[in-house]
Design a protein around this ligand. Sequence first.
Ligand code: DOR
Length: 441
Amino acid sequence: MSSTPSLLICQALILLPDGEMLQGDLRIQQGQIAQIAPEITPTDTDKVIDATGLTLLPGIIDPQVHFREPGLEHKEDLFTASRACARGGVTSFLEMPNTRPLTTTQATLNDKLQRAAQKSLVNYGFFIGATAENLPDLLTAKPACGIKIFMGSSHGALLVSREAELEPIFATGSRLIAVHAEDQARIVERRKQFAGTSDPAIHSQIQDEQAALNATKLALKLSKKYQRRLHILHLSTGAEAELLREDKPSWVTAEVTPQHLLLNTEAYAKIGTLAQMNPPLRSPENNKILWRALLDGVIDFIATDHAPHTLEEKAREYPHSPSGMPGVETSLPLMLTQAKQGRCTIAQVANWMSAAVAKAYGIPNKGAIAPGYDADLVLVDLNTYRPVLREELQTKCGWSPFEGWNLTGWPTITIVGGQVVYERGKIYSEVRGKALQFINS
Ligand code: DOR
């Protein structure tokens, strides 16, 4: 196992928890932030990182990813995905249960934890997936960041779409329930109506805004009935955001993806099935309403829903092409570019991509740059712009819906638990992350 050297980051612009920036130095000892000051004198044992011109942010916590291991490793695996995380400044991830086998029992959860301990360069946590039959596992499986329910857009055992099946899950236990909210019955009906069409743009009409709204309403209703902690994954419509603006209990949170903020139905004409995901991309008007909801705090944080498929799979004719797109190595520069353009602040980006996630999932000691916090950090360069290039991508799927986008805020150095895992294009593949803890789950 690698040791954790004492690191001294010098002359960075450091984002402090109150949103202020400090030009100064930061010392890391034993994997934690030990000291922050305008100037710290190096000792003989300090390894010094000159961060002149760079901005230091808390490491990104991506709370929704699909890393495909076990069972779908031709698309991605925990090693390749966590290398992509390292390059993207993502120091922790929460991974979804739709692998093969499904993560629906303690044994399958243990298997994922063991694999991650062996292969993941960054910190990891896993959801336990709900079926209509595994309530006992949902109550006891540990450690898990929460229960994932696919109310729609899934098939097989992981699909729990009917109210009668959902109700006992909401009624029993107290741990966080995260829902993929789409109305499966409506989708099935609309698929029949649009049968025979191979234009991928039709995807947004089959799995339409009403389908998302119906399911979000049902999840909210059950959450309110049982006062059950609910998290709504990848909000995609303005209608859902407006619903939450009117009626969002204190125990409910919601997230949005960079693609639902920055891409819309116009993308199908440019990148075809690469723009196909669930819930689908929406109209430009929805982008605007989602942004407003994020800025106003109706939406709490950002997740990528990194869901890689190979280019060969994506090349199948719609509807045989799979839904999903990768995201972990572009999310931070995408959002920082928005900040640089004045749409939000850098402190807001750090909150949405780190602090607010740690708070919502009860992850101790992460999400802030303060003494005693874990040294999960990312130094970004906000002075230069570079395009998203296919040849630089670390994800095994080898493509991005954002190829060619000229972005700033690319990570220069990523640090996990005090260890440099990425530095100026080089990935330190021997670094290993740790299992995350969840204090409420
Ligand atoms: O587009 C999607 N693809 N959305 C999801 O929620 C699942 C994912 C996948 O696993 O491919």
